[in-house]
Write a new protein. Structure first.
Lengths: 98, 393
């Protein structure tokens, strides 16, 4: 079981509270997590990554195990702690001032 | 009993203001979609409980919301359509705006001009304006940045680009400072296949075949300081156009500079700025019952987006242009430096006609007597992006 933490606005959009849990077969990657998340919550398609290119939106970040994984290949396996559910995969809105 | 409902889009959410026909006491509901930029929301003229919303964010992109109960509850269209998954999850994907490049109905993803003079492929940013059909509550048009027109015929569940518009000299269109946006859509109830759109900075365009083919309708526009060829066929920074439904061959335009009028369905335009203190501005509106009475809000200049002399003045022409009178009673006449954006003025259908506009300072002003006097309905909202009115009689 994978644990995913969404930013507030996307929790509202998906009508969830707290963490989202997903069942994903290994290997667990950014792509497989996002594929499963979007399949479960289709209204999130296009809000985290582009509809067509599937590239991460510029102001979205992916964190896990105190590491910034935003720039990692989407097909690289995520840390074991994420794959086992010990640690969540965090989808974060980038900081911005103003 | 008469009732008016204002739909207000702001930089940080949507607000719904309601009043009875006297338009003196207002109930305020909101923020809806707090924290998101609400570029526009508009109700269907066929079913006033049906309201479409453009909800957007630099972080999370474009979302379309819909209400079927007059704004009490909202959903992203497509929830439960065509059928929910076994665990009840929604199926819809109402936020998918993809330029149509198919050989059957689309156009190649060509390029438009960029700020540095280079050519750049179209890239979807957001929806600026939603225009529900005059005849079908499930059909709605959406004006996009970068400029394109989309249509949904299933209540906002899926969207299809009317790609012929991009072929109307699209390679010569270019973004203004606010982006290359399709911000105005006018539908003609006497010619249901006719659509007008306005794009910054491209100009106005007309389709007479329900959006399949388009042509520029900018003859007479003069952009002396914005274009190397002031009378170019496309490239003009049109800010807003308006028509009265009883006289759809007459159009009024607020351009970057100049207020103009067309008496021949956009085939040609004549300047009607007359005695305005500045002919720069954003919105233009037509009185509900007097097709020759129009309203603008002059702004000092393209580099100083606030009212001349710090005086917030709506100008009215009862002659269809040329001769203008300031409407100031109840509006701040000193130290006022707000702007009124292109979609932020609207009229109701009551008699006397109500006029409403919102400012970048968060005020929404209303007049229940055609502009003779004004009152702030709310004064501390986030910057107002759009104002629409629904009238219940």
């Amino acid at each position: 079981m994978i644990r995913v933490v969404l930013p507030q606005h996307l929790r509202t959009l998906a009508r969830v509270t707290g963490e989202v849990t997903l069942e994903i077969t290994r290997p667990v990657t950014q792509r497989s997590v996002l594929d499963a998340l979007e399949a479960r919550y289709p209204m999130l398609r296009g809000t985290i990554r582009d509809h067509i290119t599937l590239k991460r939106r510029p102001f979205i970040r992916f964190f896990a195990c105190e590491e910034d994984l935003s720039h990692a290949s989407p097909d690289v396996p995520l840390p074991d702690e994420v794959a086992t559910g010990a640690e969540p995969f965090l989808i974060v809105g980038a900081m911005a001032g103003g | 009993m008469n009732k008016v409902r204002l739909l207000i889009g702001t930089k940080k959410g949507a607000f719904i203001l309601t009043a009875d026909g006297a338009r003196k006491q207002w109930d305020v509901s909101g923020p809806h979609f707090g924290g998101w930029e609400i570029y526009h929301l508009k109700g269907s003229p066929v079913d006033q409980n049906r309201i479409y919303v453009s909800q957007t964010s630099s972080w999370f992109g474009q979302v379309i919301q819909r209400s079927d109960d007059g704004g009490k509850t909202w959903s992203t269209p497509g929830e439960g359509w065509p059928e929910e998954t076994s665990d009840g999850a929604p199926q819809g994907e109402s936020n998918k705006f993809v330029y149509d490049t198919s050989s059957e109905t689309g156009a190649p993803l060509t390029t438009h001009q960029w700020y540095d003079g280079s050519q750049r492929p179209w890239e979807f940013k957001r929806i600026w304006h939603l225009e529900p059909s005059l005849t079908d509550p499930d059909t709605v048009y959406a004006g996009a940045e970068e400029a394109a027109l989309f249509r949904s015929t299933d209540g906002g569940q899926t969207w299809h680009e009317l790609a012929g518009l991009r072929t109307a000299k699209g390679h010569l269109w270019q973004p203004g400072a606010g982006g290359m946006c399709l911000h105005t859509i006018l539908l003609d109830k006497s010619h249901l296949d006719r659509i007008f759109v306005a794009i910054s900075a491209a100009g106005t365009f007309r389709s007479d075949d329900a959006g399949k083919t388009w042509r520029p309708t900018n003859k007479g526009l003069m952009s002396k300081y914005e274009l190397p060829d002031p009378e170019a066929e496309v490239g003009h920074c049109v800010h807003n156009i308006a028509m009265h439904s009883s006289r759809p061959n007459v159009l009024f335009m607020q351009k970057h500079w100049d207020v103009l009028r067309s008496d021949d369905t956009g085939e040609s335009w004549q300047e009607i700025s007359g005695n305005l203190p500045s002919d720069f501005g954003f919105p233009i509106a037509v009185h509900a019952h007097e097709p020759n009475t129009i309203y603008v809000v002059p702004i000092k200049s393209d580099s100083e987006h606030y009212p001349p002399e710090g005086k917030l003045r709506v100008y009215r022409s009862r002659a269809g242009g040329h001769e203008w009178e300031p409407l100031t009673k109840g509006l701040p006449q000193e130290n006022c430096y707000v702007n009124i954006l292109r979609d932020a003025m609207a009229v109701d259908q009551l008699d006397p006609c109500g006029i409403y506009f919102g400012t970048t300072g968060g005020q929404v002003y209303g007049s229940a007597n055609g502009g003779k006097s004004w009152k702030p309905i709310v004064h501390d909202l986030p910057a107002v992006l759009s104002v629409e009115v629904q009238t219940f009689t």
